[in-house]
Design a protein. Sequence first.
Lengths: 313, 249
Amino acid sequence: MIKVSGVTKRYPARLAVDDISFEVSRGEILGFLGPNGAGKTTTMRMLTGYLPMSSGTIEVAGYDVATQPQEVRRRIGYLPENCPLYPEMRVDEYLRFRADLKGVKGSARKAKINEVKEQCGLTEVGRRIIGQLSKGYRQRVGLADSLVHDPELLILDEPTVGLDPYQIRQVRELIKQLSEKHTILLCTHILPEVEAICERILIINEGKIVAADTEANLHRKLHACAVIEMEVKAGQEEVRAKIDAVEGMDIRNCSELDQGWIWVEIEADSSEMRVELFNLAVTEGWPLRELSEQEHSLEDTFVQITRNTGGAQ
Amino acid sequence: MRTFLSLFKKEVQTCFLSPIAFVVLFFFWVLSGLNFWWLLVQLADGEPLTRATQQIFGGLIGFSLLVIVPLITMRLFAEERKLGTLESLLTTPLTSLELVLAKFAGSLVFYAVLWLPVVAYTVIQQNLSPVEAMQFPDFGALRAGFLGVMLVGGLYISIGLLMSSLTSNQIVAAISGFALLAVLFFSMMFLAYTSPDPLLRAAGQYFSSYAHLLDFSRGIVNGWSVVLYLSTTAWVLFASVRVVESKRT
């Protein structure tokens, strides 16, 4: 669906996107992550043909963005950052206007507008003026607009920014539903969103793609070792000495809890070493009330990847 | 064509929805009313009608276009840039040319509405004036006058539109549009009317919109000036298309 090869965007003062390549296949939901200023929005804008690239090629649905921009735009539904709308227009009026621009004709237009209004929960507010709608509703108007010409590819640039938790959940549900029919490129720096929705993740930092894989694979690659947490009732010194003596285990952190309990964080070669820790506690006669492997959140992975690559430069 | 029409409709709507539009309408209509009153006073003083007709199109109202037009055009692209809607427009299948033409045509319609009371005044004068001498001998001069204000207005609008396409700040667009128009208008007017050198004076006559407005209102439709206005307007609009295509940050 999307084929980006060797794309670079150079501004007079800086390199915004540096030789990136990736592919998105039909029907996929790809999460496009990166810290602020990493080049996410620039990449989205090049994909939609809004910004020309300095070098490289982008193909969308088999059409070249540089040479056949009209064909590409017909197939893309794009929700730009901050969801720009005309505040003086009514919702229906705006959707009709946008449908016209995108070549949705005649009777199909009316049906399609009603359909996207229903999908996005806008049936009640059709007569309202956009400038008087809440942020959540405006975001939905933007989303409805991006869907109105039934695009093959949806590009959403931070669709949930500024929404309350309830609205965020609604928009996420909607995006999930949409993924049944459309290919989606979701650009965000809100990680739980990506965890909840996306099949594959692309991380960009300082204009370069630094990781591209499924979430599980990213974790596996990054965290070769496991982090194990344990709570036992014993002297701190004794626990430190015993655990450090075991091959392939290091104490990362250790602190006193109440009533003689201590909490230990251990870096181990594999999560299976939990068994050895259990056996150790039994032989030493330490009462044990907690033994678990720390789950890696996408946040850890993200921070680690972007920090590593940032530090390298 | 469909895209153009729906863009055009939206432009006209937005034009009339903005508060600026009503301020502009108010002042322009007050001015044109005063102008008409002044015309009647002159006629009552025995001034011949042909000379007095120039009052309708020239005079104060000719000068006011320098301020009025940039106020109409300032929001065209500057507002789209500010709101970010330029991005959502240019990522639909429409072309920059359609967008520029629709905005130009929308403003031209608003500009034409500005002149409607003046049309009404001429009709009133024709039908209600008590003496024959105050009636227009024929409508040719009037028609030429209206053609003139539309040609001059078209050029001014295109210049205002170009200035608006260069910035995201409406005030900057208005002031730079006014400055550019004023420089063109006054430099050519001074050349045409005050230069001692006959060659320079002739050159000024060729390019001064003030001189053209007066010519048109006398019923002189000069092929040269029609071509000048149409081609310059087209050229400035083309420049705006290029700006919209290239300036996208």
